[in-house]
Design a protein around this ligand. Structure first.
Ligand code: SF4
Length: 352
């Protein structure tokens, strides 16, 4: 994604609506090791954010940074170690602690990275769309096929009767991802968790899927968590962008502000790696060095310290808290270069 386009907030011309989903201090530690030498993979730590009606929140970071774990926890494919998930004011981990209710599964849908793997090769496209409509009793039997055709038209798969009869292998990657989006739309969700929905698609069809998401946000007020490792697509579609590193959110702001004024050295490093189609390769302003720390053996202090060109003594001793840089755009950063923040001593594995 290197197209030069106006960012999402300029195109839409309007801000987000009321908060639909709130995540508070979400943490996931996977126990590993032995009875006598317990350890934990600290996949996600103290993650908090909100998604409003008609808002696309982009979550950006390297592979293994915890992005997909965030989506899997919110979709409740696995339980968090601690934290809260609040949907429309309801703390769902308290009200439905063991498994998500049918209503939660209807309101929060997920689109996976691999559009082929997420569809059953022995069933037709029509079957994939009928199942959620039947399970959630969205239409009567009489109207089932008509609704399937409507969904296929919504995602641009026409003629719909022809598309409905096909099997997944008879479609391109982009068409299959559109089917996955149609399946999510079938139950009229409030939130869609899109986990790298375009990363396995050809560059030529990525824009079509992003534009479809944009249209659904505008016309239906759906809130998206858009997970990607691609800052350019995050800026294109994201109203707000959050940057994740080793399971911590390290910076968040309105997408345009974050891209134009990245504050965290890691965000600056990511920005320096984005090719600019108009100006050629951008001269790297922030070079990363060192290694990503092991998630089972995190050193104390800032997790980016081993790679940070601006590391200071304090960075190796204490974990920076969030420092608010702008109230108007809710731009915050987790870095000792900016004020005091709310310092925290990093937990050690032994404390788990
Ligand atoms: Fe770099 Fe220190 Fe900021 Fe971490 S806290 S990003 S090591 S300057």
């Amino acid at each position: 994604m290197t197209q030069s386009v106006a960012p999402a907030e300029q195109r839409s011309g309007k801000g987000p609506g009321e908060v639909v989903l709130e995540v508070r201090n979400l943490t996931k530690h996977f126990p590993v090791g032995t009875l006598f030498r317990p350890k934990a993979v600290k996949a996600l730590n103290d993650v908090s954010f909100t998604i409003s009606r008609g808002q696309v929140v982009a979550l950006v970071g390297e592979s293994g940074s915890g992005k997909s774990t965030t989506a899997r926890l919110i979709s409740r494919l696995m339980p968090p170690t601690s934290g809260e998930i609040i949907l429309r004011g309801k703390n769902v981990l308290k009200t439905e602690p063991h498994r998500p209710s049918l209503s939660y599964r209807k309101e929060v849908q997920m689109i996976f990275q691999d559009p082929f793997g997420s569809l059953n090769p022995v069933h037709t496209i029509s079957h994939h769309l009928e199942r959620p409509l039947e399970i959630h009793k969205m239409v009567t039997d009489k109207n089932l096929l008509g609704r399937v055709h409507e969904l296929l038209e919504t995602v641009g798969l026409t003629p719909p009767d022809e598309a409905a009869r096909k099997y997944p292998y008879q479609m391109s990657g982009g068409q299959r991802q559109r089917v996955a989006i149609a399946r999510a739309l079938a139950v009229e969700p409030e939130i869609i968790l899109a986990d790298e929905p375009i990363s396995m698609l050809d560059v030529s069809i990525r824009m079509g899927v992003l534009n479809l998401m944009e249209q659904l946000k505008e016309e239906r007020g759906i809130g998206f968590l858009y997970i990607t490792h691609d800052l350019a697509s995050a800026r294109y579609i994201g109203d707000r962008t959050m940057v994740m590193y080793t399971g911590y959110l390290v910076e968040a702001a309105e997408s345009r502000e974050l891209m134009e004024q990245p504050a965290h050295p890691y965000t600056q490093m990511l920005m320096a790696a984005v090719p600019n189609p108009e100006g050629g390769l951008i001269k790297k302003k922030a070079e990363a060095r060192g290694e990503i720390p092991s998630l089972t053996d995190m050193p104390p202090g800032c997790p980016f310290a081993a790679r940070c060109p601006k590391v200071m003594d304090i960075c190796k001793r204490s974990m920076p808290g969030r420092t608010q840089l702008s109230q108007t755009s809710d731009h915050w950063v987790r870095c000792h270069l900016y004020g005091q923040g709310e310092e925290k001593q990093a937990t050690t594995t032994a404390q788990l």
